[in-house]
Ligand binder design. Structure first.
Ligand SMILES: *Cc1c(COP(=O)(O)O)cnc(C)c1O
Length: 403
């Protein structure tokens, strides 16, 4: 190998699964003086902003906005519909499902967890068994992580709805779309989702700090039956405020709203169906490259079934600690930052450095994906990782529509 020179100057590329790459237009929209928060254009723009949020979620129902990250949106959603002592069912395909379940325990819920491991989508039959056994309807909600960002598993929400309907089980279907919204197809109303949580910093292309909870009439009825809901998390005034400040339970997240206004405009200008199709094609290009590299035996896609893979994030294994080495190499030498593995190491810590993830959510196009894949090819070459040849050609064929 030649003496190392760094090729990291130039525009960096953060290819991690959130925060995602932000459009210049979003950053420019945020770079401004603070607006009047009592009257004027910022106040006036919020109703249409909320309408555009609904359109991304494919719902005609309500949404409450929180100045919070995804964890805050998790707690907000639970706080409105789950009372202490009530039970939730948590089918888990990765770390984030465990995280939401932990949040539920934190507000005093009983959690029935079904663990499908770190690489497999839900087994509907096992979920059906748990619901069928619940003849007393103790389970008040199913906490359904659509895309688990740690494993990159994408779960089948409509199939879960069918199971609930067939068993006539009244539990709320609560979906975590923090990773998937604006990336993977999601249709809140058509899929019969009662509550959906999301956040600003992934497919929505805005900095972390805004969380969203969408909810329908069935969820509102459960909210109305709650013994109490903490004032700050209560979604009622946020969704239907009498005074402007109630939208946000206090001062509005002024600059996030400007960023979000621009980002939602970009999404709807492209068209949400096109946004989903773009993510799908780009994901297929990434898988094509990874599947070729995998022929060398060192690299492995975490999710083997293409139908269970997210279009927003890809989790990979690279043995012998090479995943950490690859991330370090691409960051130091290319200005390309790849995602760490999350929740994939064994309990004793072994394999800690054997996992990484690619974020491909939001503001992303063909040349960025080809650049990221080319950077990984260079890193694998520098580290001497055995791999199949022709990965970039395979990805290019998908991008070109010739696969
Ligand atoms: C990112 C993410 C979260 C957590 O969001 P934070 O903003 O980091 O709190 C939860 N669930 C999923 C599926 C995510 O991708």
């Amino acid at each position: 190998m030649k003496k190392d020179i760094s090729l990291a100057q130039g525009r960096g590329y953060l290819a991690i699964p959130g925060p995602s790459v932000m459009p210049e237009a979003v950053l420019r929209a945020m770079h401004r003086a603070a607006p009047n928060i009592y009257t004027g254009e910022m106040v006036d723009m919020v109703p249409a902003l909320i309408e555009d949020l609904r359109r991304v979620a494919r719902t005609r129902h309500d949404v409450a906005i929180y100045i919070a990250n995804g964890h805050g949106a998790w707690e907000a959603a639970l706080s409105n519909v789950i009372a202490p002592g009530e039970t939730v069912l948590a089918p888990a395909s990765g770390l984030f499902a465990h995280g939401w379940a932990e949040m539920a325990r934190g507000i005093g819920a009983e959690v029935e967890l079904i663990d499908f491991g770190k690489a497999a989508p839900w087994d509907m039959e096992r979920i059906a068994q748990a619901l069928r056994a619940d003849t007393a309807h103790r389970i008040k909600a199913v906490l359904a992580v659509h895309v688990d960002t740690s494993s990159s598993v994408r779960n089948d929400i409509p199939a879960l709805r069918t199971v609930l309907d067939e068993l006539d089980h009244p539990a709320l279907l609560m979906a975590d779309c923090i990773a998937s919204l604006g990336c993977d197809r999601f249709e809140m109303d058509d899929w019969g989702v009662d509550v959906m949580v999301s956040a600003s910093q992934k497919g929505l292309m805005v900095p972390p700090g805004a969380g969203f909870v969408f909810f329908n009439d069935k969820a509102q009825a459960k909210r109305n039956a709650m013994p109490r809901v903490s004032k700050y998390w209560d979604w009622v005034p946020r969704a239907n405020p009498e005074i402007f400040y109630q939208y946000f339970g206090g001062t509005a997240p002024t600059h996030h709203l400007y960023g979000l206004r621009t980002a939602l405009g970009m999404i709807h200008e492209e068209g949400i169906e096109n946004v989903w199709a773009r993510h799908e094609r780009l994901a297929q290009a990434i898988w094509a490259a990874c599947e070729v590299w995998a022929q060398g035996g060192a690299l492995e896609l975490n999710v083997s079934d293409r139908n269970a893979r997210s279009h927003a994030v890809t989790a990979l294994r690279l043995s012998d600690g090479k995943a950490a080495a690859l991330r370090e190499w691409t960051e130091a030498n290319l200005g390309l930052t790849l995602g760490i593995g999350l929740g994939m190491a064994a309990p004793d810590g072994s394999g800690r450095d054997d996992h990484f993830r690619l974020g491909h959510m939001g503001h992303l196009n063909g040349h960025m994906v080809m650049g990221m894949l080319g950077g990984i090819e260079a890193g694998l070459s520098a580290l001497g990782v055995p791999r199949g040849s022709g990965a970039l050609e395979a990805a290019a064929a998908v991008i070109a529509g010739n696969d």
